[in-house]
Ligand binder design. Sequence first.
Ligand code: SAH
Length: 394
Amino acid sequence: MNYKTIRLRRGKEESLKRFHPWVFSGAIETMEDGIEEGDIVRVVSSTGEPLGTGHFQIGSIAVRMLDGSDTAIDEDFYRLRLEKAWKLRESLGLTADPEAAFRLVHGEGDFLPGLIVDIYGSTAVMQAHSPGMHFARNTIASALTTLDGGRVRNVYYKSETTLPYKASLDPQNQYIIGGFETDIAIENGLKFRVDWLKGQKTGFFVDQRDNRSLLERYSRGKKVLNMFCYTGGFSVYAMRGEAERVVSVDSSEKAISLTEANIALNFPEDKRHTAVAEDAFKYLSAMQPGEFDLIVLDPPAFAKHRGAIKNALRGYQRLNAKAIEKIAPGGVLFTFSCSQAISREQFRLAVFSASAQTGRKVRILHQLTQPADHPVNIYHPEGEYLKGLILYIE
Ligand code: SAH
């Protein structure tokens, strides 16, 4: 293809040959004149051997590879990748319900670096994390509407906070195809109101689906505290799992009203649920020991980058120590970290320190991760971010 060329320094082709999808800026020897941010580029080794095609951007990650060959990056390219992504979700059983919520594209995990697409029934919410994907947004949106006989009728583009600020792309959050139809989507037979216009991320955390199902199985007869509840996902499952009582806590008033709406949607007039707008640390400090026997801790990413790791680990330790200290004997704690910068081992060590601090006997029952519609490309381990433990506390 006629794309401009980026030549790598000697030896720097190795990681691409092992299928890692990023070229770091330090690996570049020369760039052809006129390459601009967001352009599709050809990448070659120091000897001129073709290594593939990708999106160029300014920053530490300079190229996100789209393909290992000199292929054209056009509507057919995106359509084929999206069809593959759809097929995987189909084989996971996620597409069977036309109103289902699931992730269709998980960036590098679906060989589309810089792109996230979540499906909520007939609406796709699309997020670009790279200028290249921003420029391709209309092509991708139109390819989305060809999937599964035209099931996606609306595409909402939401990249105001995900694109590099310095690129000055000024993306507008808006429908680029269709418009508003309904904001109700189904997960495992439960209804959720998804606010992609004002909510966090694409409006709903589809990544906790499997872990919520697991919580449902632990809920019968339990007093459940869902901390950092956001849209109340875990709470709705606990209600269906016949919990005796469910309390949802989030510091955001907006999250509390979303949670209340979702409980009412599935369990109208059910008095077992209460929602509280309060800071998590304050709530945990003030609650009575033994008040809850099933607690969920699903905080926002404490470490958004590597520099913040130390403080984040302290945060996880402090939070978990409070919950472990107060949970009823024989209690079960679901505890998570969605910080990509923190490894599974580091998180487990923070929870270990928290346990040791309380002196209680703690056992690990399950080790949790992200669901199969958030696949991790084995050559790109950075794609793994969600970590969780289910603990049994004597
Ligand atoms: N468990 C949720 C997702 C949690 S997202 C789900 O299954 O969908 C993280 C949530 O933590 C956000 O809703 C945010 O408002 C809330 N939050 C952030 N800081 C907080 C704090 N200090 N105390 C309580 N909630 C907080």
